[in-house]
Design a protein around this ligand. Structure first.
Ligand code: NOJ
Length: 591
């Protein structure tokens, strides 16, 4: 890969993400209503060291300083979430003007600094008042979310173009409603969790409709589920297939999967496999429900952190591969392997064929301020570089990725884990609220400034594995040699664009894919024609030529002789050999 072009496509967005409860603080200021998290953190024994998000990064009061840091890093887009109950203290009804003022000021400050605001409407801090009315289990919850969206669109869509409806339903439903260690701390049965999930999806659909119909600036809309992706433990096709299967799979008993949540949004139906596995616990979804959920949107957000390695097991099913003891891990003990940013987007794009944006990717490390006053987070620096090189490779292979948002802009409140895990590009001292740009922030700064070109210097000793599309194309050709396929057929089989497939193939092998196909067919034909008794029509058919005349034409062009002439050489050789054998038997002294 030495000297490879690592520049990202024009228009690719470089960003960083945060969420309201994780950074804002000011939990009960200026008329803000409580959210489930405000209450949850006050319960005994729920939180790591009893920590809360009451102050967090105090971003509510320090947002100008934070925007200045973003500008210093060179971030072009900032994804933040609105606190629903800061805007509507009771979740619906009366609007809190101070809440609107805060977000207006933040948006203006961003724009003043040339940073595009990306709003997430819901990132887990559900209004407590609505929770008391049943929260996501209440059939009215989609309407409540619609009302809230309407308020946000009315006030912010004159300056905001990018909208994300809901962040990681798997997170707030799985951890918060099923396992109980996130707010609101419920341990509902599967049936109730899936019902809450169905209402969440309906809320997404209603929200999209409101944004699309009312936004003052042409909106770009996406949603941001957790991407439960898997990567192959080796580059073998079996393991690649196993990883794809695991990425699309729904495993019994859990809500952490990709397809249950994202199939309805992009394909308009719950996956059959999920309906089978969840069985009678699945929600009663009407056709109208699915249509509402399946509103056209502009991109699929991917929150991608650890991507578990798998291999194909003896029975053909994917099996997780344990991490090697020496493999680097984060403070969460998530693998720091960076190949996931190639495989995750590749598999998700194959299934949904929609533009992707990496909405969250990052790692938690034991960062500390060194004696020189700097934060030397070389692990994060390497992680960002590795992830972006993988992502670039995926883009080269035809995956349509429009942007990358690092999680997170700054160290923040990591939910029930308090301040134990630092994910930021910016170090936050939670006592003094001082901020320090970590070394990784400067690395990211350089990557952004060069639109990815600076990544090239980290590729000098990396052996690029054979790109997946190249390998699959070669396999396809070998396995289907008798079929009349062309570049388009193979691209359709690989779910990628013919041009990007051809480009990647040429780049890697030095030969164009169409030439390669012709050569493989001719090579096969030449081998068959070595048999002097082989019929030319049979060879033409077997090697996938449309007819004998076309075969002869192509053969002659490439070989300078017809298939018949080529074959006659072997016939002649065989005759000569036969004659020589007869001579020898007649006169043993002739050699
Ligand atoms: C995804 C969540 O959206 C975010 O809130 C959380 O901090 C990160 N995962 C890291 O755990």
């Amino acid at each position: 890969m030495s000297g490879a072009d690592t520049k990202f496509p024009d228009g690719f967005t470089w960003g960083a993400s945060t969420s309201a409860y994780q950074i804002e603080g000011a939990w009960n200021e200026d008329g803000k209503g409580p959210s489930v998290w405000d209450l949850f953190v006050q319960e005994e024994d729920k939180m790591w060291r009893g920590q809360t998000g009451k102050i967090a990064c105090d971003h509510y009061h320090r947002f100008k300083e934070d925007v200045a840091l973003m500008a210093q890093i060179g971030i072009k887009a900032y994804r933040f979430s609105l606190s629903w109950s800061r805007i509507l203290p009771k979740g619906t009804g009366k609007v809190n003007k101070a809440g609107i003022r805060f977000y207006n000021a933040l948006i203006d400050e961003l724009l003043k600094n040339g940073i595009e605001p990306w709003i997430t409407l819901f990132h887990w801090d559900y209004p407590y008042e609505l929770y008391l009315q049943g929260g996501w289990l209440n059939p009215k919850s989609p309407e409540w979310f619609e009302e809230y969206t309407r308020v946000a669109v009315e006030h912010f869509s004159d300056r905001v173009r990018y909208w994300v409806t809901i962040n990681e339903p798997q997170g707030f439903l799985g951890l918060g409603h099923s396992e109980g260690y996130h707010a609101p701390g419920l341990k509902l049965c599967l049936r109730e969790c899936l019902l809450a999930g169905h209402n969440t999806l309906l809320a997404h659909g209603r929200s999209v409709r409101v944004i699309r119909d009312n936004a003052k600036l042409e909106p770009t809309i996406g949603w941001s589920p957790a991407s439960s992706a898997y990567r192959p433990s080796t580059n073998s096709l079996n393991d690649i297939n196993a990883a794809r299967e695991a990425t699309y799979a729904i495993y019994p008993g859990g809500l952490w999967n990709t397809c249950w949540w994202t199939d309805p949004v992009f394909l308009g139906a719950y996956p059959d496999e999920g309906l089978k596995i969840y069985g009678k616990d699945s929600p009663q979804a009407t056709k109208a429900d699915m249509k509402l959920i399946n509103q056209p949107i502009d991109f699929c957000g991917c929150n991608l952190f650890q991507v578990v390695p798998v291999k194909m097991g003896a029975n053909g099913a994917p099996v997780a591969v344990e991490l090697q003891p020496e493999e680097p891990i984060s403070t969460y003990e998530w693998s720091l392997n960076t190949e996931g940013l190639y495989w995750g987007p590749t598999f998700i794009h194959e299934r949904y064929q929609t533009p992707l944006v990496i909405m969250e990717n990052g790692c938690s490390l034991l960062d500390r301020v060194g004696l020189d006053g700097a934060v030397h987070d070389s692990g994060r620096k390497d992680f960002i570089i590795g992830c972006l090189l993988s992502l670039h490779r995926a883009i080269e292979d035809g995956v349509d990725v429009r942007g990358y948002f690092h999680w997170s802009l700054m160290d923040n409140f990591e939910w029930q884990q308090g301040y134990k895990h630092r994910f930021g590009l910016v170090y936050v001292d939670f006592e003094s609220q001082d901020r320090i740009l970590k070394e990784s922030a400067f690395t990211y700064q350089e990557i952004i400034a060069t639109h990815g070109e600076s990544l090239r210097k980290y590729t000098h000793n990396q052996e690029e594995p054979v790109p997946y599309v190249v390998k699959e194309a070669q396999r396809y050709i070998e396995n289907n040699i008798s079929e009349p396929f062309n570049v388009k057929t193979i691209a359709a089989h690989l779910n990628c664009h013919p041009d990007s497939l051809s480009r990647r193939f040429k780049q890697y092998t030095g030969t164009s894919l169409s030439t390669h196909i012709r050569r493989v067919r001719l090579e096969c034909a030449r081998n068959m024609l070595r048999d002097p008794n082989m019929l030319i029509g049979v060879v033409s058919d077997y090697c996938g030529f449309s007819d004998r005349i076309h075969f002869t034409k192509v053969f002659r062009k490439e070989m300078g002789m017809t298939p018949g002439q080529f074959q006659r050489q072997f016939r002649a050789r065989e005759d000569a050999e036969e004659k020589a054998a007869v001579e020898i038997s007649k006169n043993p002294r002739v050699k």
